[in-house]
Design a protein around this ligand. Structure first.
Ligand code: 13P
Length: 272
């Protein structure tokens, strides 16, 4: 069922020292796999649609798919907008029924990030929607020189107090996409510092793919409540369909591969 209490679910995960996976869907098939797997395993799910995928399906289509499927499956499902870059886009998502939105103004300076996030938070409060924001910056695709800026604990605490966001994406060494040079080295010292500075605020790890099970399991146990995964699902799907020449087999085998990755990450994150 579609639920609105993202912060409560994430705080429960914090207290229980596990993380909830945020799975990026790009079409009806992937969304259905994520919801069905969550229901079969009786586990919570953050069903995420990223603004960057709006060329594949529109926000309106994503909202309809998410709401419909969440209503069909017996698991707590949060319909989340991932990496909304504009206030307007976040507002549209809320109006369409997303129960959680991320406003990513992490490329702005501190005051600009606070102001943009606060605008979304103010609108979200009226609609009972939860807001994730980002401080520091998780870059893309490479281990070093990817534009990432580590999150500073003191700055993170000031940011949450000033913006009123419900959860916070932090940068501790992951990147979005496929790593070119192996498993990343995460800064658990940075994570512990941020978690100590923000004992009530659920923390979010972006760029879960390729980060390594040991790193992710430690993150879940040591302060991260939500872990975002996208690339690993679609890499596994591509791998599974190599050599197939029947479109129906391609659909079935890619869906099965996506499910296997989701089941794997539920185990790694210790999700309850
Ligand atoms: P990956 O594609 O690296 O798993 O990142 C997903 C993500 O962080 C979505 O916000």
């Amino acid at each position: 069922m579609l639920v609105t209490n993202a912060k409560e679910l994430l705080q429960k995960a914090m207290a229980g020292k596990y993380a909830i996976p945020s799975c990026n869907f790009i079409d009806l098939d992937s969304a259905r796999v994520f919801c069905k797997t969550a229901a079969d395993l009786k586990l919570p799910l953050i069903l995420a649609f990223a603004e960057v995928h709006k060329n594949m399906i529109s926000l309106e289509e994503a909202a309809l798919i998410g709401k419909y499927l969440a209503g069909q499956y017996d698991a707590p499902i949060i319909l989340h907008l991932d990496h909304g870059t504009e206030v307007e886009y976040c507002l549209r998502a809320m109006e369409l029924g997303f129960t959680s939105v991320m406003i990513d103004a992490s490329m702005k300076d501190f005051d600009g990030n606070v102001a943009t996030t606060k605008e979304v938070v103010d609108a979200a409060r009226k609609l009972g929607v939860q807001v994730e924001a980002e401080i520091g910056h998780v870059g893309s695709n490479v281990l070093e020189g990817d534009g990432s800026l580590y999150t500073e604990p003191e700055e993170a605490a000031r940011f949450v107090a000033a913006s009123g966001c419900d959860s916070l994406a932090v940068s501790i060494g992951t990147s979005h996409g496929v790593y070119k040079t192996g498993t990343p080295k995460l800064s658990f010292d940075a994570l512990h510092g941020i978690a100590a500075a923000l004992p009530e605020t659920p923390l979010v790890l972006h760029g879960g793919s390729g980060t390594g099970d040991e790193n992710l399991s430690r993150c879940a146990k040591e302060g991260i409540a939500k872990i975002n995964v996208c690339t690993d699902f679609y890499v596994a799907a591509m791998e599974a369909v190599k050599g197939l020449d029947d479109f129906f087999d391609v659909k079935a085998d890619s869906n099965a591969a996506i499910r296997k990755v989701q089941e794997h990450y539920y185990r790694v994150f210790g999700t309850k």
